[in-house]
Ligand binder design. Structure first.
Ligand code: FAD
Length: 411
């Protein structure tokens, strides 16, 4: 089976969806996703999305991002992300995304390693609010066809140029644990084994992170870094494959499967970490890698499988309003966060490395772009600052779309 289109995109998290929406309506676009359309890490994002609040915040935001990244960040990329943040937020609001407001003004929250509140949020389900709005817009666009349960297995390379991708029906074992979407515009899942070549002028890889390769991760298990393997096989440049972020606080559980994240903004709003003796042992607002190291050392010293997180410093009213889903989930697991500590443990969370891209998200292969968590544009350096990844994914997927348009005009 063969499909011919203008642009093919593998992955429908924020990066894949936003790049599709930023392409002109007269381009034919095919998006494929390995699972159902809602099973992406983008839907899971809790804490929020950073934005440059005002010109005065520029230096401090820039420095916070670099300090968290151990000064290994590509400065040009950081500058681009910060400078373009407000226009991305305006786009999102136009697409229907609702951020917390008071008296008509945005409310900003804070997370670890941020020197001031600059994070927009929607309760504790910011990712779902953003991604479902983008998905809704994509489904309204007649020029975009979305195939669910369709896995990219290779790219099509001709004379060193990318000409599209090879896709197959997703193996059952890789189907995510989300709700099955009934409104797929196209679906290869009905038939037993279909191999499809999707030819395109431009190809965008937006396949997310690598958490599915880990035993303990906050990521969906079907996110296994497929684009990284494919890129490696084609000699495409990769960068910092060893830069993996471990999130300090996921709800401890003996059960197998994805770990439930306790957002950093909970600590940003005052929650504290305790050891077994209920003593504090670290400044909770230090960068993620520093807090993670302190927790691991504490667990080793005490011979425990977790430490404790207390949300007691946060008023109950605020917990219910700002963190309703964390509150509910913990209740389901038997913990009332308004009354007791919860056990937390670090788990794999984010991949800073990936397919090397330039500041327009172009890879080292002609005709091939990479965006979102699977790419490495150097924004995060060696360690990501909290709530920078949704923003980075959106800014640089928008730039990929703009570059595709620019290059086609030049031809
Ligand atoms: C629990 C959690 C909380 C988070 N909270 C925040 C937060 O508050 N703020 C923030 O900025 N960031 C947060 N992040 C990080 C952020 O959500 C992700 O980095 C970002 O959403 C990545 O977007 P993406 O589009 O690159 O990938 P994803 O959203 O993961 O999408 C990847 C897509 O690729 C598809 N795919 C994968 N492999 C294939 C293949 N072989 N063929 C076809 N399709 C494929 C998947 O099905 C999926 O559609 C959080 C992450 C997690 C896990």
């Amino acid at each position: 089976m063969e499909i011919h289109t203008d642009v093919v995109i593998a992955g429908c998290g924020v990066a894949g969806l936003y790049s599709a929406l930023k392409l002109p309506a007269d381009r034919q676009i095919v998006i494929i996703t390995k699972s159902d359309a809602r099973s992406s890490d983008s839907f899971l994002a809790q804490g929020g999305i950073c934005v440059l609040r005002d010109e005065e915040d520029y230096d401090s935001y820039f420095e916070d991002t670099l300090r968290a990244g151990h000064y290994e960040n590509r400065k040009e990329s950081v500058d681009i992300m910060i400078r373009e943040s407000r226009s991305v937020i305006c786009d999102l609001v136009e697409y229907g995304v609702r951020f917390e407001q008071e008296n008509g003004e945005f409310v900003y929250t804070r997370e670890g390693a941020h020197s001031r509140p600059r994070i927009l949020f929607h309760e504790d389900i910011t990712g779902e609010e953003i991604t479902s709005s983008l998905l809704k817009r994509v489904r309204e666009r007649p020029n975009i066809t979305l195939y669910e349960y369709t896995t990219m297995t290779d790219i099509i390379e001709k004379d060193g140029v990318c000409r599209g991708i090879v896709a197959e029906k997703t193996p059952d074992a890789c189907a995510g644990d989300g709700v099955l979407e009934s409104k797929a515009q196209g679906n290869m899942a009905g038939e037993e084994r279909i191999r499809c070549e999707i030819y395109a002028e431009d190809t965008i890889l937006a396949t997310g992170g690598i958490g599915g390769r880990y035993q303990h991760s906050t990521n969906y298990p079907h996110l296994t870094g497929d684009a990284i393997d494919i890129a490696k096989n084609h000699g495409i440049r990769l960068e910092h494959l060893d830069y993996v972020q471990i999130h300090p606080t996921t709800l401890y559980s003996d059960k197998p499967g994805r770990r439930f994240l306790i957002s950093e903004s909970v600590r940003g709003e005052g929650a504290v970490l305790y050891n077994e003796k209920k003593e504090r042992f670290v400044d909770e607002l230090l960068p993620r890698d520093v807090v993670t190291k302190a927790i691991h050392e504490q667990m080793e010293e005490e011979g425990t499988k977790h430490v404790w997180l207390s949300m007691a410093p946060i008023p109950t009213e605020k917990i219910r309003k700002h963190f309703p889903h964390i509150y509910e989930h913990c209740l389901e697991e038997g913990y009332d966060v308004t009354k007791e500590c919860i056990p937390v443990v670090p788990a794999q969370h984010y991949f800073m490395g990936g397919i090397w891209v330039d500041s327009d998200s172009h890879t080292s292969m002609e005709g091939l772009y990479a965006v979102g968590e699977t790419s490495c544009n150097g924004v995060h350096g060696a360690n990501r600052l909290a709530s920078n990844s949704l923003l980075e994914s959106l800014v640089f997927s928008g730039r990929a779309a703009a570059d595709i348009v620019r290059r086609s005009k030049d031809c």
